[in-house]
Design a protein around this ligand. Structure first.
Ligand code: HEM
Length: 427
């Protein structure tokens, strides 16, 4: 599957209404006074979203795929077509920048557009190509996976938790190494990631959350100030070294590295448990993947289609806009619900089912368009090719332990927060 190519829907091409020449996304003009406002969905309950957002998304998609949700103070866009149209548009509005800037202490690439964004994106891309993953990082990711598999084995099949004891520390160790922060302990990087992400959701409201993000930011800045001069003199393959070699200044390196820390730990750790959970719930497909390693790539992408680790891409409208015939007002926030789009039955038949053999349609878990995730190959490699396969290699009958509590949480970001596992000891 190639997410960069335009999506086509083999499943429903014959039955979907053919789009007219009318673009799906455009600035509103005088003629648009007739375009209807988005319906108000005052029934959407943030607490229900936090527990399990999918029933809400199902109803929104059916009743009002572009809706104004007063309790979230934003439009929610839940259809695949509308989410993809806004993601793909080169003039797509900026990400909800205020909270990102507040959390990261500056403007990273995700909050930039046009040439400014393209320059920073071009600087990071060479460090994250599939070839780098294969040639440089595969041995590092493999070593790290064995390290934390040893920890997991030491904890034992009665107490081990895949999220706490493997996914979180492994994702953090992999990212620290990939960035070039070899001396930063995994626990510290994981703490930074959590602090930045919490502040993005907090938006400065809870002073304790803001204080933790500021402290994490100061620690990260101090590490970078130490590292960058040395890496400019003696470059290596790490992300920070490549950014420095491309001429990026220290302030831009700081904001972009903090952006990568926030997403590069949180999302892979959730992708890891999500992939494991999907295989655990589907013994036949698990057997198929274990017998045919080529299928790991498909399994990884299908798992994050089903439960996208980033559920929402936030945008702020700079001008009145018409999206799929609905008028959206300038200045308001929009949530592109990629987790809902990825379960749009028009594009993904039986969308709530994990299916390795479903027709290929580009899912949106990595976004799309100019801002599509820069680290997607790092995630696919570290989690889908290494971390989960090696877990099954170490403990072939590893499974979720039904005698202990499993937990999922979140809708902006979603994943398992408790994933108790067990296996048969072979000694
Ligand atoms: C399963 C794991 C991951 C998922 C699901 C994920 C998802 C995403 C999404 C949805 C976006 C926003 C795309 C948009 O706005 O169109 C994004 C952006 C980004 N991601 Fe990831 N990500 C993951 C892992 C990573 C990793 C491991 C790294 C770095 C090593 C990374 C680096 C970035 C960067 C730098 C951006 C901003 C790109 C830009 O603005 O051009 N991500 N990611």
């Amino acid at each position: 599957m190639n997410e960069t190519t335009a999506a086509r829907c083999p499943a429903s091409a014959a039955t979907r209404p053919t789009p007219s020449d009318e673009p799906q996304l455009r600035p509103a003009d005088v003629a648009d006074t007739a375009a209807p406002e988005a319906p108000v969905a005052d029934w959407v309950d943030p607490t229900a979203l936090q527990e399990d957002p999918y029933p809400t998304y199902r109803r929104l998609r059916a009743e009002a795929p572009i809706a104004w949700v007063p309790r979230l103070n934003r439009y929610l866009v839940t259809s695949y077509t509308a989410c993809k149209a806004m993601e793909d548009d080169p003039e797509s509005p900026r990400a909800g920048t205020e909270n990102i800037i507040r959390s990261l202490g500056g403007v990273p690439m995700i909050a930039k557009t046009g040439a400014e964004h393209a320059a920073e994106r071009a600087a990071v891309n060479p460090a994250l190509r599939p070839k780098c993953m294969q040639d440089v990082w595969e041995p590092v990711f493999t070593r790290n996976a064995h390290l934390y598999l040893d920890v997991l084995s030491g904890i034992g099949p009665e107490r081990a938790d895949l999220y706490r004891d493997y996914a979180v520390p492994l994702a953090a160790r992999n990212l620290a190494d990939l960035l070039g922060m070899r001396d930063v302990p995994a626990e510290q990087l994981a703490r930074w990631s959590k602090a930045f992400i919490s502040e993005m959701a907090n938006g400065g409201k809870d002073p304790d959350v803001s204080r933790r993000a500021a402290e994490a930011g100061a620690e990260a800045d101090a590490v970078l100030d130490d590292l960058v001069p040395g890496l400019r003199r003696r470059p290596d393959d790490s992300v920070i070294s490549v950014l420095a070699a491309k001429g990026m200044g220290v302030p831009e390196i700081r904001h972009n590295v903090k952006l990568i820390v926030s997403g590069g730990v949180n999302e892979p750790q959730h992708a890891l448990t999500t992939l494991f959970w999907a295989l655990d719930g589907s013994p036949e497909q698990r057997a198929e993947v274990l017998a045919e390693p080529r299928l790991w790539r498909t399994a990884f992408d299908e798992a994050i289609r089903m439960v996208a680790p980033i559920g929402m891409i936030p945008k702020t409208l700079e001008q009145d806009t018409v999206l799929d015939g609905v008028r959206l007002r300038a200045g308001r926030d929009v949530g592109l619900m990629i987790s809902a789009a990825n379960r749009d039955p028009e594009w993904f038949p039986a969308p709530d089912t994990f299916d390795l053999h479903r027709p290929k349609v580009a899912h949106l878990a990595f976004g799309a368009g100019a801002h599509m995730c820069a680290g997607l190959w790092a995630a696919r490699w570290s989690v889908g090719q290494i971390a989960v396969p090696l877990l099954y290699e170490r403990h072939p009958d590893v499974r979720i332990d039904p005698s202990r509590r499993s937990r999922w949480a979140g809708w902006f970001f979603r994943g398992m927060t408790e994933c108790p596992i067990t296996w048969t000891e072979t000694r």
